[in-house]
Design a binder for this molecule. Structure first.
Ligand code: SF4
Length: 305
């Protein structure tokens, strides 16, 4: 399924028709940025500094694309060989749609490109070690979901996959392709899944039975089952996080919070923790458009971790 502009399966209004009370939008990636490091949030969401995709991110984007297309095939045909056959055509499509990916490899470096495609195929083998897609019929793939919480905050994000059991139970599935140590990103991954669970609960009235992280590199599954009380607390956390973002924006005060994740940050050269100086805070009219995210598609699925 190709993602559509901001609208969910239950008719939650999209960005073109937001309820008049909605005045802000937050995705799990940007919320996690602020939690991780307020300055990182500023660089990405307010300064909107470009980030050159890394080979690892490109590999994640490619593997997500292959897994999405794999489920277009008849169930019996969803084999490892079929997934392998999708790798090169999907890479060609991605490079056409996102020219910045083409710059990752020298056009004459056929060996480097071939090795990259082989590494993506190897990650797909990790997928087949933990799931048999011939036995699955996902309800949704790469689907944009959204809900309004606290009457004025639009929360939304792209699910990698949603499975619905015959009894209506929901399972949210997220593919993790990164090579970074899992412990460095696991809290962020779980935060993202709870975010999706909250949206589904608020729009469908059903708490997802399982939040599933599939670690393709390690061929491991991590399942988590939230409950309604937990999602209620999580909702308060998200609203409080947004209020903290609003305060930081009003004060133009986004401080660095160094951590292990700095090793994966694109912006060390501008970060005071690494001897850099952030650019001047952007014009307030640009910085203070909290619905801007709701009007455009966020980062490529799978590309940010
Ligand atoms: S280098 Fe670290 S502290 Fe600085 S902006 Fe990036 S994540 Fe934050």
């Amino acid at each position: 399924m190709t993602a559509e502009p901001v609208i969910d399966q239950q008719g939650t209004p999209g960005a073109g028709a937001l309820p008049v009370t909605v005045r802000a939008s937050l995705s799990p990636s940007r919320a996690a940025d602020f939690k991780t490091c307020p300055l990182l949030y500023r660089f990405r969401s307010i300064d909107r500094l470009p980030e050159r995709p890394s080979v690892e991110q490109a590999r994640g984007t490619l593997v997500h694309a292959v897994l999405e297309r794999l489920f277009d095939l008849p169930s019996a045909g969803r084999t490892p060989d079929a997934a392998g056959d999708l790798v090169a055509p999907q890479w060609d499509r991605l490079v056409t749609e996102q020219p910045e990916l083409a710059g990752l490899f020298d056009p004459d470096d056929e060996v480097g490109t071939a090795e990259f495609l082989r590494s993506a195929a190897a990650l797909l083998q990790g997928y087949f070690a933990v799931e048999d897609p011939r036995r699955l019929e996902p309800a949704e793939r790469e689907s944009l979901i959204s809900a309004v919480v606290d009457d004025e905050l639009l929360i939304r994000g792209y699910l990698d996959r949603l499975d619905v059991a015959p009894d209506g139970a929901l399972r949210v599935v997220d593919y993790k392709t990164g090579g970074a140590p899992r412990e460095a990103f696991e809290a962020r991954a779980l935060f993202q899944l709870k975010f999706y669970a909250l949206v589904l609960w608020r729009t469908r009235g059903v708490v997802p039975r399982v939040l599933r992280l599939l670690y393709l590199k390690d061929a491991e599954v991590c399942d988590y089952s939230p409950d309604a009380d937990e999602l209620l607390r999580f909702e308060r956390t998200v609203v409080a996080l947004w209020q903290a973002i609003e305060q930081a924006t009003a004060r133009q005060d986004f401080r660095p919070r160094p951590s292990r994740l700095c090793d994966w940050c694109n912006h060390q050269a501008l970060c005071p923790s690494f001897g850099g100086t952030p650019p001047p805070f952007p014009d307030r009219s640009a910085a203070a458009d909290p619905l801007r995210d709701a009007r455009s598609r966020p980062a490529t699925p799978g590309a940010d971790e």
